[in-house]
Design a protein around this ligand. Structure first.
Ligand SMILES: Cc1cc2nc3c(=O)[nH]c(=O)nc-3n(C[C@H](O)[C@H](O)[C@H](O)COP(=O)(O)OP(=O)(O)OC[C@H]3O[C@@H](n4cnc5c(N)ncnc54)[C@H](O)[C@@H]3O)c2cc1C
Length: 440
């Protein structure tokens, strides 16, 4: 029997298990939390606004055909990203445009519950919830031959051909390698010192004149950003955060004052709507000290039988809303790697996963390093690209085609190189001058 074990039933673990179920006779997921519906201890970030970018949504639909329809039927809110959403990125409000891709507004536990339910209909997949991942079992030649799981003094051995570390930022694959005397992957870190505050609200459905989503990104001039959107259950979620230690307060009145410093003047209806709603007494906090990327692709001798996925390999600044989509991109990288056979699987997967998520990391890195409070110098090339991207962003405030091109790159549907297509370069040259762009 070919058996794969996945440690962690977050979004990366679920999507990885889905891909493995096509290639292994059995897939066992080991998850520390008892999995009931709704928010849970192992995914504390799940209480905060989780935007699923268009590419992430496309992949999830590809892996679970019909899931988008199920989510919408259960209350998720579909929206047209440049028609029913207000996006201010890099201090520029993108103009309205008709875009083929659709967004979906929902909460993270709701998404995860639906994905998990669909996954567990596959006969190959078994879930051991309430079990702690103890570690890998190494056989001769440093090959991983299985996994250990434990709960309340009980231990279980799971012989396995492949073990996946999908335990989020707490991922332990690198530590296990070091403990086994093997090479540890190099680590890249960016200290962003992000703080979040979140609450759920009841707002009239038409509070924003038919728009369902407001997104205001941080800029070096104002390192604060916010997301406000309608989610399932007729509720709205409001998350606001700041970089470089500029964190929101947890009292409702002070939190609203913080939000007031973010909402641009071009959206005069947002603050009155929030003030008219009753904010809960406590705003839920979150901290995210640094983005971390573990370079398993650089191991000279990658471990046999052990791979990692999701935040365990690449955990980016949450303000850009890319983490779940990065996990989805890695799942597709694994699917494509497995389609080419099992020889040297681990090395080929780590390289493919790195290629798939590198644009995510680079986009976030380039934006993060522009903040004077974030340690590190952006390389010269990155600074030049940054200046060009700022020009595209300005053009996106005036020209619908440019707004669509930019939104597709930010939504990970197109690679960043799509912004260098001649048509976009022409539009950026024509509409992207600094004078007269509609900031906010
Ligand atoms: C405040 C905040 C806001 C964010 N907003 C967004 C957003 O808008 N959009 C977006 O795409 N991403 C966002 N992210 C990032 C996103 O949450 C992660 O990228 C995503 O959850 C990664 O999924 P994962 O499965 O790798 O890890 P996780 O979702 O963290 O899942 C890890 C799983 O492993 C389990 N686990 C841990 N240790 C063990 C153990 N010893 N044994 C067994 N199981 C274990 C945990 O219980 C959990 O179920 C945000 C993150 C933060 C912090």
């Amino acid at each position: 029997m070919e058996h794969a074990v996945v440690f962690g039933a977050g979004l990366a673990g679920l999507l990885t298990a889905r891909v493995l179920a096509d290639r292994y006779e059995r897939v066992t997921i080991v998850e520390r939390d008892r999995l009931t519906e709704g928010p849970r201890r192992g995914v504390p970030q799940g209480r905060h606004a989780h935007a699923l970018l268009p590419r992430g949504q496309q992949i999830i639909e590809e892996l679970f055909p019909g899931l988008t329809g199920e989510l919408v039927a259960a209350g998720a809110v579909p929206y047209r990203p440049l028609e029913e959403a207000r996006m201010v990125l890099g201090g520029q409000r993108m103009c309205r445009a008709e875009m083929p891709d659709r967004g979906l507004a929902l909460t993270r536990p709701f998404l995860e519950d639906h994905v998990r339910r669909r996954l567990l209909t596959l006969p190959a997949v078994e879930l051991l919830d309430g079990w702690d991942a103890v570690g890998p079992l190494f056989g001769a030649g440093d090959v991983v031959t299985g996994a250990m799981a434990g709960r309340q003094g009980e231990e279980r051995t799971l012989p396995a051909d492949l073990l996946v570390d999908a335990m989020g930022r707490a991922g332990r694959a690198a530590t296990w390698l070091a403990e086994a005397g093997l090479e540890r992957p190099p680590v890249e870190e960016v200290e962003v010192n992000v703080g979040y505050g979140t609450c759920y609200l009841t707002l009239p459905q038409d509070a924003l004149g038919g728009d369902f989503l407001v997104l205001v990104g941080c800029t070096p001039a104002n390192p604060r950003g916010m997301a406000l959107f309608r989610v399932e259950g007729e509720r709205w979620i409001l998350s606001a955060g700041g970089m470089c230690g500029d964190h929101p307060p947890t009292g409702p009145a002070a939190f609203l004052d913080f939000v007031a410093t973010i909402v641009p003047p071009s959206m005069p209806d947002v603050l009155p709507a929030l003030r008219a709603a009753r904010l809960p007494d406590e705003i839920l906090p979150a901290r995210f000290p640094k983005a971390v990327r573990r370079r398993f692709d650089r191991l000279r001798r990658p471990p046999r039988g052990l791979i990692a996925a999701g935040d365990a390999t690449c955990s980016v600044d949450p303000l850009y809303g890319q983490g779940m989509s990065a996990a989805a991109l890695q799942a597709i990288a694994l699917r494509d790697t497995l389609a080419q056979g099992r020889d040297d699987l681990e090395r080929r997967y780590f390289r493919a996963a790195m290629r798939a998520t590198d644009p995510v990391w680079q986009l976030a890195l380039q934006a993060d390093l522009a903040f004077p409070g974030v340690p590190g110098e952006p390389p010269l090339l990155s600074r030049m690209i940054g200046r060009y991207v700022a020009r595209v962003q300005r053009a996106a405030t005036r020209d619908p085609s440019c707004a669509i091109a930019f939104a597709r790159v930010v939504g990970l549907v197109d690679p960043p190189s799509a912004l260098m297509r001649p048509a976009v370069v022409r539009l950026a040259a024509k509409h992207g001058s600094a004078s007269g762009s509609s900031s906010g």
